[in-house]
Ligand binder design. Structure first.
Ligand code: F3S
Length: 389
């Protein structure tokens, strides 16, 4: 792998331990995956921010990296943390809160933006064709497939290394030939809501693993539908990019998806033993302004019933722009939570055993990450279930 003189100096430690370790991570990855050089990135997005998923040892690594001069070289945003200060923080042990705050302090002192969201693309649009190093799989798929930016599906450490160096190795979908569709997915079912787009994504991810799907037959979808599709695709599979009907896809392998597959996937993801959820969770990935508006609209004239929590998770950026909708949701008894989500916080410590959600990605992770049963329903039905007695 070719390195410039300056990159070699960083590699040899002339610019300190932190940058040397980061450069070595990037070069090692590049060599493993056949990169020829490093390319400058427009931004980094770093996962592994939640103390629940990070644990103690990586926190020590972060502290040392900061002490040794680690500073972000490009715009760098962060994935959700495990606490939210206004409503949830005091419900958890002091030790957890202290450690989560310590992690956030380290990132802030490294110069990261404490965005704490999995939808950094609602905060800014990376330019089309720009190289990124993002490590939230749902955001990666959205960036590549909807925004036309170029990012591999980084791990937390490689996104951090890229943030501190300002570059990433040019393998994977940083190369045009790896962005091309490899399998046509012929969808012969009319998808009726965002949940079914998620179910389609989950089914295709499981079938195709890291192939690049070209979806045919999708109609009348919104950007939020594509967000659900991509998030679920990247949960059950490993792809970083999908296409929707841009090219003919002639000569490619083809799979057919009918209503049966979509419905069976919804059933498979619905593991709850009860129809009475402890928590109704909307906002995986974090809600857009339009989704917050839709929840407020559906709650009109209703009240969240006792014994049920309704969480609408979004970014601070979106919450600040949703004043009237947030007021309407909270007046009805729901909570609009920023900086976290039901999956990366400790719902089991709040007594949550069953979660109702409209997100196939959340339904995929909740049984293992939250030890909770899940029911998967479209947004309209989630709000009905949160409110009806
Ligand atoms: Fe975001 Fe949490 Fe889902 S980080 S993508 S809301 S699991």
């Amino acid at each position: 792998m070719y390195l410039t003189r300056e990159e070699e100096r960083v590699y040899d430690g002339e610019h300190g331990w932190a940058r040397q370790v980061c450069m070595r991570i990037l070069v090692r990855l590049g060599e493993l995956f056949g990169a020829t050089r490093l390319v400058p990135i427009y931004s980094a997005h770093i996962s592994g921010v939640s103390y629940k998923t990070l644990g103690d040892a990586p926190m020590e690594f972060l502290e040392t990296t900061l002490k040794e001069g680690g500073k972000a070289k490009v715009l760098s945003t962060l994935n959700p943390s495990s606490i939210e200060e206004d409503y949830l923080a005091n419900k958890f042990p002091v030790e957890f809160r202290k450690k989560q705050r310590r992690i956030l302090r380290i990132f802030r002192e490294m110069g990261m933006d404490l965005s704490l969201t999995c939808t950094p693309h609602y905060q800014y649009f990376p330019p089309k064709g720009s190289h990124l190093a993002w490590s939230e799989s749902s955001a990666v798929v959205y960036a590549n497939s909807v925004l036309g930016a170029w990012t591999n599906r980084e791990g937390g450490p490689s996104a951090l290394a890229a943030a501190l160096i300002g570059k990433t190795p040019n393998y994977g979908v940083h190369r045009p030939e790896n962005r091309q569709p490899s399998v046509v997915v012929d969808v012969r079912a009319e998808l009726r809501n965002e949940m079914e787009f998620g179910a389609l994504g989950h089914y295709v991810g499981k079938e195709l693993k890291d192939e690049v799907p070209l979806f045919k037959g999708l109609t009348g979808y919104s950007l939020d539908d594509l967000k659900q599709l991509g998030a679920a695709l990247a949960s059950s599979g490993m792809t970083s990019i999908f296409h929707v009907q841009e090219t003919a896809g002639e000569g490619l392998e083809r799979i057919v998806v009918e209503r049966k597959e979509v419905e069976e996937t919804v059933q498979e993801l619905s593991t709850a033993q009860t129809e009475e959820p402890d928590l109704v969770f909307v906002g995986c990935p974090h809600c857009s302004l339009e989704e917050v508006r839709a929840v407020a609209h559906l709650l009109r004239g209703k009240e969240v019933r006792g014994g049920v929590e309704l969480w609408v998770c979004t970014s601070r950026h979106i919450k600040e722009r949703s004043g009237d909708y947030v007021a309407a949701i909270e007046a009805a008894g729901g909570r609009v939570l920023c900086d976290t989500c039901a999956i990366v916080t400790w719902t089991s410590k709040l007594g949550v055993e069953s979660i109702l959600t409209n997100s196939a990605k959340a339904a995929h992770y909740a049984p293992t990450m939250n030890k909770a049963g899940v029911a998967l329903l479209p947004l309209h039905d989630c709000i009905e279930a949160a409110c009806s007695s």
